[in-house]
Write a protein that binds this ligand. Structure first.
Ligand code: CA
Length: 206
């Protein structure tokens, strides 16, 4: 399952795509214009964007260029245009895939899953992460702070590794519950607070 944002101005096609991808198990939001879509893409950080090219306000290729200025979210272009310049232009602007209308939602779902698999494969964990004096050996599951080994529980290690991989990024408690605790639904934010405070104590307020 992925969070998918559909940017499509056609009032007949948009609900069909939303419904189709929901039936394939995705969480889907949509926007009818380029600017509204861009705003949603930034605000809700979806896992993937399906983008039409012929939009009423800004051309899809421009939407894509603007989006690429702020985000590396995978983008599938879904357009009736099947000419080479459109296709090449979109891929050059940073699209990950291109589907020509008409297509079925089953086909689109297959593309969505293929693109996400590729992105995942490219995002494989590094074997070690260094942030300042902190060295996280991901493979060996050991942590050193200023050359001193820090003794962590497996959960604390997972939490630290997850945070160290994303220096400077805002990570929400919800993200941590999903990614570290694998509890997308009933998890308690309190659990995260407690583990974070243990981790802070062991590392000193770094
Ligand atoms: Ca259109």
């Amino acid at each position: 399952m992925a969070e998918v944002l559909i940017i499509e101005d056609d009032d007949r096609i948009r609900p069909l795509l939303v419904k189709g991808l929901r039936e394939c198990g995705h969480a889907v939001t949509s926007a009818p214009t380029g600017m509204a879509g861009l705003q949603l893409a930034v605000d809700s950080s979806p896992d993937l964007v399906v983008l039409d090219l012929g939009l009423p306000d800004v051309d899809g290729t421009q939407v894509l260029s603007m989006l690429r200025g702020v985000s590396q979210v995978p983008v599938i272009i879904a357009s009736a245009r099947d000419d080479d310049p459109s296709l090449v232009g979109a891929l050059d602007a940073g699209a990950d895939d291109y589907v020509v209308k008409p297509f079925t939602s089953v086909q689109l779902d297959a593309r969505v899953r293929a693109v996400l698999r590729r992105v995942d494969a490219g995002r494989q964990r590094p074997s070690s992460i260094t942030v300042g004096g902190l060295v996280v050996d991901v493979t060996g599951r050991r942590v050193h702070l200023d050359d001193r080994e820090v003794d962590l529980t497996p959960r604390e290690f997972d939490l630290l590794a997850h945070l160290a991989e994303r220096p400077g990024e805002v990570v929400t408690k919800r993200d941590l519950l999903v990614e570290v605790w694998r509890q997308p639904w009933g998890g308690a934010d309190k659990t995260v607070d407690v583990h974070l405070s243990w981790l802070r104590r062991k590392l000193g307020e770094t």
